[in-house]
Structure formats: structure tokens, C-alpha cells
Design a protein around this ligand. Structure first.
Ligand code: 2AM
Length: 560
């Protein structure tokens, strides 16, 4: 008997005889891939222990099966302001909603991921955890909440999860004896854990003089790495902090950079910890809490009470670590400091090239984050690191982060509409290159936006060349600050609404990349309006239509 929900990916005939006592389901909701990484790690370990496991992306989980699950682990991240990952929206709504079934049969545990610079840290993990209990399910062990440096919290949770799963489910010993685990020789590949030191081949500013943004086009070598990627994938970059910021932290705390400090079994000088091991730009809530205690500052301490929530949000958004250290003096020892800061984690950048065109290279479009605050220049860690790398000289540690959710149509005769203002244009450079190299017969339509035509038309010459060659069929641009009134990509979309709708009716795939907080929701609204107006539909029907495009994976977003 095959239990509902148990999926036997390997040796189905054997599994059928083995009559599993039950199976473990892992549901993950991921935006950047971390939850997937952890969910899959757990799956592998559970399988190695002889358990029947299925590991499903929340967007693909058939929610009607929830009432039949016996053992469920949920690994889910929270976006910016307390939102679920795009793809997990349906799952979360179902569980929180009125139609959720009673779950008396279920044992579960939840691992939340998030970024403690935001006030609603790990909110989705928390509400799901509470809701499962409310629906009658038994919590096997306590929820854990991971910050951006997720490993130290995730690993112990995964360990507990495995132990509980082993206790709950009888291992399928018969399966294990029939198909013993084979040890496969491992070919060394570069990965997040073992990144490839890539030579910087080019680092060109592509915004003009006088532009208020410094956007770089970077070309990195993958020669001999064996790394390959698809359009839509991201490049993981292992950044380092700016040397002057490291010095500023040391001097604000009057600490000696030469002091050796051990954390998680790794011993480095304090200076190296601050330069390459720890996050010293974005402020986290736990660090702030620790600092508040050490400083004895009552104003800071008040921010950590429920009444201080607004002030806390404002402070986390406006202050980097160094600002806190300067404005609220406190005493820290080297060990304590290294223990309290978050791990410096790799940053993901949408790849701006197609390997079919550039071979063993990978290109990025990087906007340097820099601003003045409290009398000092502030920068974003990774963008500053990349922007200051010298071509022909520096190496950057990188890996490929596959992004299966953002793929060109499998059918090359489909049309594509790409909406990518600012550096959101990066993956579309890869798309257009790829489709040209493939000789795809479908048409390509790009919507691009920036502030000024003269200085910020990213890749202008390339687009014009692509149009001339018939590789790009339509190009619409919105330069927001070249006239009295703001003009954005969604205005251009609306102006061309009739044709956009016709393209969609003809089977076109829609892609949006770039700013998640304002642009993507505004574009979403414009798309609803276009479908309503030109499809003669009510707003509700237009929404449902767009939702069905999303379900058919014809409306894909890569927003951040
Ligand atoms: P702005 O900075 O002049 O407001 C790339 O950053 C481009 O996206 C800029 O032209 C920027 O305009 C624009 N932009 C800002 N908010 C937007 C929104 N809500 N929708 C679309 N584009 C937006």
C-alpha cells in the first residue's frame, strides 16, 4: 500500500513491496534558494537514514493532501515586510485561511528564515507554526528562526528534525538492504561551500558622468572552473568589507585587530573576522539588543520594548553597525564582538550574460550602493566590493545559484515580454543573447526604465545593435526624470496595452525583474488594468487571468 503523499523517486517496485510505515514530507518556501538548500539537505540525510521522504516547493504542494500528512516539516523564509516567498503565497494563504482542515493526525515542526534587519523577522515561519498548532497538529520540537547567516541556527534544527523523523517513522530496512547506498566518487565542483576564485576581466562604469548612480558592467572569468549556468540564474559573490570600515570599527571600539579570535572552530585575527567573516554594514536586531545592554543607554533599551517598535524599525533602516557604535558608545571585547555579529554571507546577482555567447565568462550589472549619513560615506558591502575590483588583477570568489523559477520558455517560438528597469535589466541581456544564439523564432520585447536617457540608458548601444540585427523586436523606455512628470515602465506598458494584451493572447511569456517594493506591485497593477481593459474583463476576472498566467509559469518575477 502506498501511503498518500509518499513519493518513491527511486526503485518504485521495491518501495511498493516495502510497505512504508509512513513518510516524511518537507515543504519549503524559498525566494533566494536558502530554504530549498536546507530542505534538500534534510531530505538527503533522511533518505540516507532509510526514511521515505518527499521534498516539495510550497507552490507545488497539493494542499488537499495536508489532511493526510503524518509528519511534516516546513522550511520557509520571510520577505522584507513580513511577506511569504512569491511562490509560497498560495500555501500560506491556504493554511491560514478558513478552508484549512483540522490536523489532529499531524506532527510537525517549522524552520523560519529571515533577515533580522527587518522588524517582521521570520514572521511567516512564526504564523505557520502557531497556525498548525491551532489546527490541532502536535509540534514535535520548537521552531527555530534563522538570520541571513542561517547555518548556525539551521544545522541544530536539521539535526533535531532528523532525530525526530527517525523516531516517528520506522526506517524501511527492507528498502535499504535491497538498494544499498552507493558511494559515488565525487567530482570536485565549485559551490557555495567551495567557491571559485574568478579573475575580473572587466569592470566598466556604464552610467555617464554626472549620473547620480554608479552602475558597473563586470565580466568575470569562469575559465577551467567547469561552472555552467542558464539565463535566469544568479551568481553568488563572496564579498569582503571595505578596509576603511574595518579600521573604523576597530577604532570606535578601541580594539586591536591583531587579537586572535575563535568562532565555530575557526581562528582568525579580529581584523580578518571583520574584513571577511562578519557582517559589519547591515545592523541586526540581536546585535542592537546586545549593544543596548552593553551601552546602558536607556533610549536604546526602550526601542526593544513593544512601545519602541516604530523607533526600532527606523533605527534599523537608517543605521549601519558603525553608526550605532559611534552614536552609542559601549564596551565590547574581541571575542564577544565576533560572537555577536552575523556571518558575512554571499550575495546573489542576476547573471547578465548567456554562456552561448560569452563562453567561459559571466557578466553582471551592479549598482553601487553609496550614500552620506551622519557625516560619513556609507556603502553596500557587495556592490562596493565588486565596484572596487580591478580588471586583470583581482580575483572574486563566486558560485552559480540556479534559479529554476526564472526561465525562458522551453518553446523558442513563444514571444517574451521583459520588464526590467534599472539593474533589473540584467537577466534580460542574458535572455536576448540566448535567444539570438539559439535562433529562437519568438519575438522579444523589452521595457527598460531609468532616471535619465543621457547618462543611465544601461547597455544602450547593445540594445540598438540587437534591434538592428533583429534580435530585439520591441524596445520601450521610460526615463523618469527627463520631464516634469515621472514616467515609469508601467506607464509605457499601459500605453502599449493593446499590443501587450495581443502578445499575451498569442502565448507570450511575461518577465519582471528589479525592485520588489514599489516597481513590481505597480507593474502588477498595470497588467491587471491592461487585461481588464483590452480583454473586456472585470477587475476580478483580470486578476484571475493574471494568476492563471502565473500558474502556467508564463508570468515570472525575479524581484528583490
Ligand atoms: P525614480 O528614481 O525617478 O523614481 C530605475 O531605478 C528606475 O525605476 C528609475 O527611473 C526610477 O525612477 C524607477 N522607479 C521608481 N519607482 C518606480 C515604480 N514604482 N515603478 C516603476 N519604476 C519606478
Amino acid at each position: 500500500r502506498q501511503l498518500p503523499g509518499s513519493v518513491q523517486a527511486t526503485a518504485p517496485s521495491v518501495a511498493a513491496q516495502a510497505a512504508p510505515q509512513g513518510s516524511l514530507t518537507i515543504v519549503y518556501g524559498t525566494q533566494t534558494g536558502n530554504s530549498r538548500l536546507l530542505a534538500e539537505r534534510l531530505k538527503q540525510r533522511a533518505e540516507a537514514a532509510g526514511l521515505a521522504v518527499r521534498c516539495v516547493r510550497a507552490g507545488e504542494y497539493p494542499t488537499r493532501e495536508l489532511k493526510n500528512e503524518r509528519l511534516l516539516y516546513v522550511v520557509i523564509s520571510t520577505q522584507g515586510d513580513g511577506d511569504p516567498p512569491d511562490d509560497a503565497r498560495g500555501f500560506v494563504e491556504f493554511v491560514l485561511g478558513k478552508r484549512a482542515p483540522a490536523l489532529g493526525q499531524l506532527r510537525f515542526a517549522v524552520l523560519g528564515l529571515g533577515d533580522s534587519s527587518y522588524p517582521k523577522f521570520c514572521e511567516i515561519g512564526r504564523v505557520l507554526d502557531e497556525r498548525f498548532a491551532e489546527l490541532g497538529a502536535s509540534r514535535l520540537f520548537a521552531r527555530a528562526e534563522c538570520d541571513v547567516d542561517f547555518e548556525p541556527v539551521a544545522e541544530p534544527w536539521l539535526g533535531q528534525a532528523l532525530e525526530h523523523a527517525k523516531k516517528e517513522l520506522e526506517p524501511q530496512t527492507s528498502l535499504a538492504t535491497v538498494t544499498p547506498l552507493r558511494t559515488v566518487p565525487v567530482t570536485p565542483t565549485f559551490s557555495r561551500e567551495n567557491p571559485y576564485p574568478s579573475q575580473v576581466l572587466a569592470n566598466q562604469r556604464i552610467t555617464g558622468r554626472g549620473a547620480n548612480k554608479d552602475v558597473r558592467h563586470l565580466e568575470l572569468s569562469l575559465e577551467g572552473s567547469g561552472l555552467t549556468y542558464e539565463p535566469g540564474d544568479a551568481l553568488g559573490v563572496v564579498p569582503r568589507n571595505p578596509p576603511d570600515l574595518v579600521e573604523a570599527v576597530l577604532s570606535a571600539l578601541r580594539l586591536d585587530g591583531a587579537t586572535d579570535v575563535t568562532r565555530e572552530g575557526r581562528t582568525l585575527s579580529l581584523k580578518r573576522w571583520l574584513s571577511e567573516g562578519l557582517e559589519i554594514t547591515r545592523l541586526s536586531r540581536p546585535f542592537l539588543a546586545s549593544h543596548a545592554t552593553r551601552s546602558g543607554n536607556t533610549e536604546l533599551q526602550r526601542l526593544l520594548t513593544p512601545e519602541g517598535a516604530e523607533g526600532l524599525r527606523a533605527l534599523l533602516a537608517s543605521h549601519q553597525v558603525i553608526d550605532l557604535l559611534r552614536q552609542y558608545p559601549a564596551t565590547w571585547g574581541a571575542e564577544e564582538l565576533v560572537g555577536a555579529l552575523r556571518r558575512l554571507t554571499p550575495r546573489l546577482y542576476s547573471i547578465a550574460s548567456s554562456q552561448k555567447r560569452v563562453g567561459e565568462e559571466v557578466h553582471l550589472t551592479v549598482s553601487l550602493v553609496e550614500y552620506e549619513a551622519f557625516g560619513f560615506r556609507h556603502v553596500g558591502t557587495a556592490s562596493n566590493y565588486l565596484a572596487t575590483r580591478e580588471a586583470g588583477q583581482d580575483l572574486v570568489d563566486v558560485f552559480i545559484e540556479a534559479n529554476e523559477r526564472f526561465r525562458l520558455p522551453k518553446d523558442p517560438s513563444r514571444d517574451v515580454i521583459m520588464i526590467g528597469p534599472g539593474t533589473g535589466v540584467a537577466p534580460f541581456r542574458a535572455f536576448v543573447q540566448e535567444r539570438a544564439e539559439l535562433g529562437a523564432s519568438g519575438r522579444n520585447w523589452l521595457f527598460f526604465g531609468e532616471q535619465h536617457f543621457r547618462t543611465q540608458f544601461l547597455y544602450q548601444l547593445e540594445w540598438q545593435e540587437a534591434v538592428k540585427k533583429g534580435e530585439l523586436h520591441r524596445l520601450d523606455v521610460a526615463f523618469s526624470r527627463d520631464q516634469g512628470q515621472k514616467v515609469y515602465v508601467q506607464h509605457r506598458l499601459r500605453e502599449k496595452g493593446r499590443e501587450v494584451y495581443d502578445w499575451l493572447q498569442g502565448g507570450a511569456h511575461l518577465y519582471v525583474c528589479g525592485d520588489a517594493t514599489r516597481m513590481a506591485p505597480d507593474v502588477h497593477e498595470a497588467l491587471i488594468d491592461i487585461i481588464a481593459t483590452h480583454g473586456g474583463k472585470s477587475r476580478e476576472d483580470a486578476k484571475a487571468h493574471l494568476e492563471s498566467l502565473r500558474e502556467q509559469q508564463r508570468y515570472l518575477r525575479d524581484v528583490y
